[in-house]
Design a protein around this ligand. Structure first.
Ligand SMILES: [Zn+2]
Length: 158
């Protein structure tokens, strides 16, 4: 940290490069590999209570069973909640300001029991409602990088 005097203002300058790697784990890796290689979602089923989670996780919260049964899921689901966002912010995934407005939604993928969150490709409040069917739109295969942005958004299909 360095202090600089600009006119009458005292300014503290921070320049901390903080590169890091964060493991997404075995099942997180399988989730993104399945999207990248097969353009589909994979979840995991609990043999105790039967719930299917997406993305897959290691342990079922309600019954504490260790999970191991991966299941293919549809690329479609239903909107359970959404918000049209009208304030700008810096997207931590890209480092760039996300254009506004955009719609962030909670989606229950067909075949899953929990909620998946992502962008919904509609910002007109008269054209979007809870309960509408949506389909994931993936990036072109050559553009995929094995992260959540391999899913461009969800399109309303009904
Ligand atoms: Zn369970």
């Amino acid at each position: 940290m360095a202090h600089q005097v600009e006119s009458e203002r005292l300014v503290s300058v921070f320049a901390y490069p903080m590169p890091y790697e964060w493991s997404i784990g075995l099942y997180g890796s399988k989730f993104f590999q399945e999207i990248k290689q097969n353009r589909r979602f994979v979840g995991i089923r609990c043999n105790g209570c039967g719930k299917v989670y997406v993305p897959p996780r290691r342990v079922c919260g309600p019954c504490f069973q260790e999970l191991a049964e991966l299941v293919a899921l549809s690329d479609t689901g239903v909107i359970t909640a959404f918000s049209v966002v009208n304030y700008p912010f810096i997207d931590p995934n890209t480092g760039a300001r996300r254009p506004i407005p955009y719609t962030y939604g909670y989606i229950k993928l067909d075949g899953a029991d929990n909620i998946f969150s992502h962008i919904i490709n509609e910002t007109d409040l008269s054209k979007i409602k809870v309960g509408m069917k949506v389909r994931a739109i993936f990036k072109d295969t050559a553009e995929m990088q094995g992260n959540i942005q391999d899913i461009k958004y969800f399109d309303i299909v009904a």
